[in-house]
Design a binder for this molecule. Structure first.
Ligand SMILES: Cc1cc2nc3c(=O)[nH]c(=O)nc-3n(C[C@H](O)[C@H](O)[C@H](O)COP(=O)(O)OP(=O)(O)OC[C@H]3O[C@@H](n4cnc5c(N)ncnc54)[C@H](O)[C@@H]3O)c2cc1C
Ligand code: FES
Length: 250
């Protein structure tokens, strides 16, 4: 983990209120793993904002974020050339990809960006990404570069109509997938965990919790997990954000 400066070298608007930044920072790029995040300092705010690492390059990394409040509104004003104060890479990411695995990657909404680097490293994963509506669809072309990608919208305004879980079930029934990796809203993750359990497929989910320190020191992101059936407390920032599905949803 480093506290360092990263310079914005690329800024793109992906959809209204959804931005992509590529930040030049060799230290983080060289040590980050898929599923980890960075904690970003914004002038005028005491608490840093956690944002997932979406893609990792030779000397830079990419983040994709949605404007939801004051901090992310400030970030949206940043431009190429700005030096950003970041801490990272933080947390536990996804398990390393094994060449024998048949991986299914499932993302919902703004939970989709943390899965891109995993898809890139897998090369043969099937990706299912779902959004409420057409205006929120992001990263389709990026995922398509790395393998088969199914895009769905809840209201059918773009691509296939339906929830990601519908296409997840279809995929599981038609092929022998051995692993699932998912990120998105909690109800989606709960349903995916249930499906994975029913079909006995190893499943990891990336969780989100309000955070403060980002390094396990403040109890700000405490959650309950189950290990060997026993309840215990964990920190999403340090023990996660990626957990085994049935550690979170029994
Ligand atoms: C591990 C992790 C990875 C994340 N990755 C992404 C990502 O890749 N893209 C993206 O768009 N968003 C991501 N988020 C959510 C993002 O951190 C929040 O949207 C952001 O902090 C909101 O800040 P704000 O000042 O605009 O909102 P406000 O609501 O004004 O924030 C007030 C406070 O609440 C905290 N907070 C608010 N919402 C969240 C949240 N959902 N999670 C954690 N803290 C929150 C803020 O950090 C701040 O301290 C991630 C969250 C976590 C925990
Ligand atoms: S954010 Fe402080 S313990 Fe996780």
């Amino acid at each position: 983990m480093f506290k360092t400066t990263a310079r914005i070298v690329k800024k793109d608007l992906l959809q209204r209120g959804i931005y992509s930044f590529v930040l030049e920072c060799e230290l983080i790029a060289k040590s980050a793993k898929p599923g980890q995040f960075v904690n970003i300092f914004i002038e005028g705010f005491t608490l840093r904002r956690p944002i997932s690492i979406c893609e990792i390059f030779e000397n830079s990394f990419r983040i994709v974020f949605s404007v939801v409040g004051k901090g992310t509104s400030e970030m949206a004003k940043w431009n190429v050339g700005k030096n950003v104060d970041v801490v990272g890479p933080l947390g536990n990411g996804f398990k390393k990809i094994d060449s024998n695995e048949k991986l299914l990657i499932v993302g919902g909404g703004i939970g989709t960006p943390p899965l891109l680097e995993l898809a890139k490293r897998s090369r043969s994963a099937r990706v299912i990404i779902g959004f409420k509506t057409k205006d929120l669809v992001i990263l389709e072309e990026d995922f398509l570069k790395h393998g088969e990608t199914i895009v769905c919208t809840d209201d059918g305004t773009y691509s296939k109509k339906g929830l990601v879980t519908k296409f997840l079930l279809e995929s599981i029934k038609s092929d022998d997938f051995t692993r699932i990796a998912a990120c998105g809203p909690k109800p989606m993750l709960k349903e995916i965990s249930k499906i994975a359990k029913n079909f006995k497929i190893f499943c990891e989910i990336s969780m989100e919790e309000r955070m403060a320190c980002g390094v396990g020191a403040c109890l700000g992101c405490q959650c309950i997990i189950y290990k060997d059936g026993k309840k215990q407390s964990a920190h999403v920032c340090k023990d996660g954000p990626v957990f085994r599905a049935w550690e979170v949803f029994l």
